[in-house]
Design a protein around this ligand. Sequence first.
Ligand code: ADE
Length: 246
Amino acid sequence: MTIASASWTATVLTLFPEMFPGPLAHSIAGKALERGDWAVDTVDIRDFATDRHNTVDDTPFGGGAGMVMRADVVDAAIASVADRPGPLVYLTPRGRPFDQAMAADWAAGSGVTLLCGRYEGVDQRVLDKRAPLEVSLGDFVLSGGEPAALVMLDACVRLLPGVMGSRDSLEEESFERGLLEYPHYTRPADWEGRPVPETLLSGHHGKIAAWRREQAERATERRRPDLWSRYRDGRAMETTKHGAAC
Ligand code: ADE
């Protein structure tokens, strides 16, 4: 696949290039892809195998289940895209958890290179040599890095300039302020005897904003104590900073 010039580019090193753009050819990411706001360039790791069977993996030293992707093959695939801008990322459940800040950081650059493992992962020596940023989608094991790459790219692409209609809605949403989102409602105002909260019908922007913040805070406190304590600590810091400045 060729890459559009000057657009944000995801380079994906994978044994399954046909998985891309996959679901990202649809909806918001798909429209942006058609417009050339971003591009995806896949590199088939198997193209870098050197034997006549195109071998990319082998049994683990020390024994055990599964197969390990060979260091020489993966290293040659990485070398072929070493000139690409942006971080080199290896997708693995052993990595740092992916979050909104990471998506925003990658989206603010010119692109990202994602190395997708299969089997039991890649030989540690190529990770030691290339020192990619190791990132996990969460505490579960996928059959390979590809589904994680698709999710991470979706999170990045929607942050690219011009991809989402209104920046306001991005800034208000979950995690941008360290809080979960407040609940949303639309017509009808009464559905099966369940009315929309009255404040939202008041037309009073100040009261609506206060209600939404309160709802966001309560949801975060109840559902995500980890985010809540970080948010509270951040607010305490802000107070101290302002206090010190006065
Ligand atoms: N590959 C397999 N499982 C994964 C996960 N949870 N995150 C990222 N890459 C993976």
